[in-house]
Write a protein that binds this ligand. Structure first.
Ligand code: S3P
Length: 165
């Protein structure tokens, strides 16, 4: 088993922020899928969507997950919110679903971050997207965590689940 800690959840759930804290607590590396893809292309996710289309981005995500599955151990993996629709993240490690109601996530995602998230700016689809996703998040989750709790509380909880394993 890879022993990775994998964070999943909808946009705005705090996967990157929590990932950073958990990585510090575990003294391990953080792999953030959006940031890794952006670094590889030297483009933002938004630019990749605009230039190559969503399907291309999804293929990058799947390729990256296969790379992580084959090469990464004892790390924290923060995942883009769409990955569980294409990939079973249990293949990468123990999965923590950061769960929050859509209303809270919309409030959290400030205007500037909306511009960085091509799908979040399409308000007409966001409710359907959320409802489709949450089913898959729950199927893949080993643990479900309340994403509205305090950052340090969430991070310590994840850390203690892992230490207890
Ligand atoms: C997406 C979520 C984003 C990013 C892309 C698509 C999604 O990541 O991968 O904009 O489909 O939910 P975050 O979940 O980190 O915002």
């Amino acid at each position: 088993m890879s022993n990775n800690i994998v964070l999943i959840g909808f946009m705005g759930a705090g996967k990157t922020t929590i990932g950073r804290e958990v990585a510090k607590l575990c003294n391990s590396m953080l792999f953030d899928t959006d940031k890794m893809i952006e670094a590889n292309y030297d483009m933002s996710v938004n630019e990749i969507f605009g230039r190559f289309g969503e399907e291309y981005f999804r293929e990058c995500e799947v390729n990256l997950c296969n790379f992580i599955r084959d090469n990464v151990k004892n790390a924290v993996i923060s995942t883009g919110g769409g990955i569980p629709m294409r990939y079973n993240l249990k293949k990468l490690g123990v999965v923590f679903y950061l769960k929050a109601p859509l209303e809270a996530l919309i409030e959290r995602v400030e205007d500037d971050t909306i511009n960085m998230r091509p799908l979040f700016s399409r308000f007409e689809i966001i409710g359907d997207l959320y409802n489709d996703r949450i089913r898959e998040y729950e199927v893949q989750a080993d643990y479900i965590i309340n994403a509205l709790d305090d950052i340090s509380e969430i991070s310590n909880k994840i850390y203690s689940y892992i230490k207890g394993n």
